[in-house]
Design a protein around this ligand. Structure first.
Ligand code: SF4
Length: 301
């Protein structure tokens, strides 16, 4: 890690691909079982209408979305086809194959990354994903947010944490690395729940982690709670303390894909500080240095 305090995704790309690598974020036209009634309706209370792909244009086909970024490109960069919106394994396997094949339309694409829910991973899907490993790198991003099932019920996550363990097991059996999404500042949570979540996640050894603070997005149930004074997002100091805790308690080899949120500016209700990614990362860096922390420094195998 040299003098970097944690193992950034950009560093992984530099070491692994020896090139500048960028994500092409894709909306595959999926919905979510937590919205269409299969396991819930309304979605998670923090989730916007576009299922975290708020700036993507779902009127375009997958091929068009990828093509727009690649047309005429002949530089040294390489790309990751990243299915970001909603639950990107929530379709029959045949349909998934069509969409993933469309995305992998160029040799410039060196990885397929798929964001989904743990309850939308099963054997046939894992087999399909595994089949792409001879073509490119493949990984799955699993939304967990917290291991505390009481919080999960409150935020209407729509599945128990044990389901995450099962998904992790299936993916591991197929040799598919996975990235876990966690949030700091969920309603009713503090350091105690965060510590338990880190223990829970460490037990299944994810390849990577994505972390951000809860932010209140316009049009969500969380916005209503916030406006009624029933929810307060974390302060920057609270987020920094929590993120430093997570980073210092995970293994040094875990790749950190993200440490800041990605709310479209026009939809961000609170907290204001979460829009200033540079400041968040600088404060985190300063806090970790002041406290002698680095990734894995407090990790116990
Ligand atoms: S599982 Fe993901 S896409 Fe579905 S409602 Fe929750 S955050 Fe949104």
């Amino acid at each position: 890690m040299d003098d970097e305090l944690y193992y950034k995704f950009s560093r992984f790309c530099k070491l692994h691909y020896r090139k500048n690598v960028q994500r092409i974020c894709i909306d595959g036209g999926f919905t979510c079982p937590n919205r269409d009634g299969r396991c819930g309706v309304g979605g998670c209370i923090f989730c916007g209408e576009r299922g975290s792909g708020d700036y993507l244009d779902r009127r375009l086909s997958v091929r068009e979305q990828v093509g727009r970024r690649l047309d005429g490109y002949c530089g040294r960069k390489r790309f990751i086809a990243y299915f970001q919106s909603f639950t990107s394994t929530y379709a029959p396997v045949g349909r998934l194959k069509e969409l993933y094949d469309e995305a992998l339309c160029s040799e410039l694409i060196v990885a397929l990354a798929v964001a989904t829910r743990p309850d939308c991973i099963d054997e046939p899907i894992a087999e399909l994903l595994e089949s792409y490993k001879s073509r490119c790198d493949v990984w799955v991003e699993l939304g967990l947010q917290t291991s505390d099932d009481r919080t999960a019920r409150f935020v209407n996550r729509g599945c128990e944490s044990a389901v995450f363990l099962r998904a992790a097991e299936i993916l591991a059996a197929h040799g598919i690395p996975f990235v876990v999404h966690l949030m700091i500042g969920l309603p009713g949570e503090g350091m105690e729940q965060l510590a338990e979540t880190v223990r829970f996640v460490n037990a299944v050894k994810p390849w990577g982690i994505k972390l951000h603070s809860v932010y209140v997005m316009g049009g969500t149930v969380l916005e209503a709670l916030y406006r009624e004074g029933k929810y307060s997002p974390p302060t920057l100091e609270e987020y920094v303390r929590g993120a430093a805790y997570v980073i210092s308690h995970i293994p040094p080899e875990t790749v950190i894909h993200r440490l800041t949120g990605d709310c479209p500016p026009d939809l961000l209700i609170a907290p204001d500080w979460s829009a200033d990614k540079r400041r968040v990362l600088a404060e985190l860096d300063a806090y970790m240095r002041e406290n002698g922390l680095r990734q894995g420094s407090e990790y116990e195998a």
